[in-house]
Design a protein around this ligand. Structure first.
Ligand SMILES: NC(=O)c1ccc[n+]([C@@H]2O[C@H](COP(=O)([O-])OP(=O)(O)OC[C@H]3O[C@@H](n4cnc5c(N)ncnc54)[C@H](O)[C@@H]3O)[C@@H](O)[C@H]2O)c1
Ligand SMILES: O=C(O)C(=O)C[C@@H](O)[C@H](O)[C@H](O)COP(=O)(O)O
Ligand SMILES: [Zn+2]
Length: 409
């Protein structure tokens, strides 16, 4: 599967509901409080992504509660986010005065961290739900970053064979990527996200104000997935990022909101074309086969997901250039944009990664089919990539060796 750069349709209305478009215009004065991007799935399973900032409690409650159909809600977060946002969201979700529903909202606080993205921690949600006697009309609400979103999504996929869930992402990573598209799951010692399910949320509610408390390292980590959309399918977005990276790092509100919206549009577009990753959706995995190996091989939590993806993207670019699929100039632009976001493009001196670690962990990647490793590589002009098992294995080994040698040098 290969991709090409989408056309810009010059849609100037930033406040309308969009679905397929990947061509929203760069930030301008906005007159309504939030944008809506629609994820258009088959069989009436469409859902909205609301993107705004400084929502009042009533605005937030009104929007989210429309997507809650039973009477019981389980709001799940972690012990780092709970002191910041849990009380507010529990209260606003319980505000029965905004509509005619009578919701009861219970909460669960999980331990923070990628190292806690495990089956056992996820099962704490199931235990709590069963203990509370929640039935199949209940809704789980994920308040947090990608770790919470993936675990709560998975818990809601398996609780009584599936209950509804809502995503309230609070990191850039979760706002631009993980809250959208229905990939849910947990890690296993043998591989990232190895246990999971596809289960789509009822809605995604993004209040960018929550990013005010997000540490810089986490912000930058999320930017690696923003870069990804530009590389795999949206060259104009990549060029916009080249011009606006400083604004993103400085948390300029308009630039941030634009990057989130355009990322969500790109993700929605891919997911609605291939919800279950039969083909083109795999392109969202650019850099991830390398990156997941680095995350696991270094010990979950040592590297943030976006940092692993950043090094993995540098590796994919290096390998693509070795095979002559992209030119040196494009490879350099890729390194430049990642470095301009202060993201890593090589492994550090103390990295435990060896050539064998890469080979072993990559051979367990979920895209392996009948024993054949398949990768997303860049090919041709900016904005084009290819998901394929047909590549030069020598170039792959050379790339891995080069990155490992840098550690040892
Ligand atoms: N399902 C998908 O499609 C998808 C896509 C991308 C990433 N992921 C997964 O997402 C995970 C990474 O997500 P992440 O980068 O959000 O990490 P994370 O969920 O661990 O959050 C990062 C850190 O920031 C804290 N935090 C979250 N929001 C905060 C806020 N507003 N203020 C202060 N601190 C806050 C968290 O508690 C955590 O310590 C990985 O497990 C990755 O595999 C999944
Ligand atoms: O939504 C997708 O599809 C993605 O691949 C998005 C990725 O950024 C994300 O990290 C995802 O969790 C990776 O999925 P996996 O199938 O490689 O575990
Ligand atoms: Zn990712």
């Amino acid at each position: 599967f290969s991709t090409s750069t989408p056309q810009n349709n010059n849609n100037n209305n930033r406040c309308s509901t969009t679905s397929l478009s990947v061509a929203s215009t760069p930030p301008q004065q906005t007159s309504t409080p939030y944008d809506t991007v629609k994820v258009d799935l088959s069989s009436g399973r469409d859902y909205p992504i609301y993107i705004g900032s400084d929502f009042t409690d009533t605005e937030a409650a009104t929007l989210i509660r429309q997507h809650i159909h039973g009477k019981r809600v389980l709001l799940i977060t972690n012990d780092r986010i709970a002191p910041l946002y849990l009380e507010r969201y529990q209260q606003l979700l319980s505000d029965n005065s905004v509509d005619d529903k009578e919701l009861v909202v219970d909460t669960v606080v999980l331990p923070d961290g990628e190292e806690n993205k495990t089956y056992d921690v996820m099962a704490m949600v199931l235990d709590k739900a069963l203990g509370l006697g929640l039935d199949r009309k209940s809704t789980f609400v994920a308040l947090g970053g990608g770790v919470i979103g993936d675990m709560v999504g998975f818990a809601s996929a398996v609780y009584q064979r599936g209950v509804n869930f809502v995503q309230i992402p609070t990191t850039v990573m979760a706002m631009v990527d993980s809250s959208v598209g229905g990939k849910t799951g947990v890690n296993h010692p043998l591989g990232k996200n190895m246990i999971g399910a596809f289960h789509q949320p009822q809605c995604v509610f993004i209040d960018t104000s929550t990013l005010n408390t997000l540490p810089d390292r986490e912000l930058k980590s999320g930017i690696s997935e923003v870069v990804k959309y530009g590389l795999i399918r949206d060259a104009p977005f990549f060029e916009w990022q080249e011009e606006n990276m400083t604004k993103l790092l400085e948390r300029d509100p308009e630039a941030t909101r634009y990057a989130i919206r355009r990322s969500c549009e790109n993700k929605a577009d891919v997911v609605q074309a291939d919800e279950l990753e039969a083909g083109v959706r795999a392109t969202l995995n650019l850099g991830h086969t390398f990156g997941h190996a680095i995350e696991n091989g270094s010990g979950y939590g040592t590297w943030l997901h976006g940092e692993g993806v950043s090094i993995g993207t540098a590796m994919a670019a290096t390998m693509s250039e070795k095979m002559g699929w992209i030119d040196e100039g494009l490879k350099q632009r890729i390194y430049d944009i990642l470095e301009s976001a202060d993201l890593p493009v090589k492994l550090p001196r103390d990295s435990p990664m060896k050539v064998e670690t890469f080979n072993k962990l990559m051979s367990l990647d979920k895209k392996v089919a009948d024993g054949q490793l398949r990768l997303i590589l860049l090919q041709g002009e900016l904005g084009n990539c290819k998901f394929t098992g047909e590549f030069d294995t020598g170039a792959l080994q050379e790339t891995i060796e080069e990155f490992v040698k840098e550690i040892e040098a």
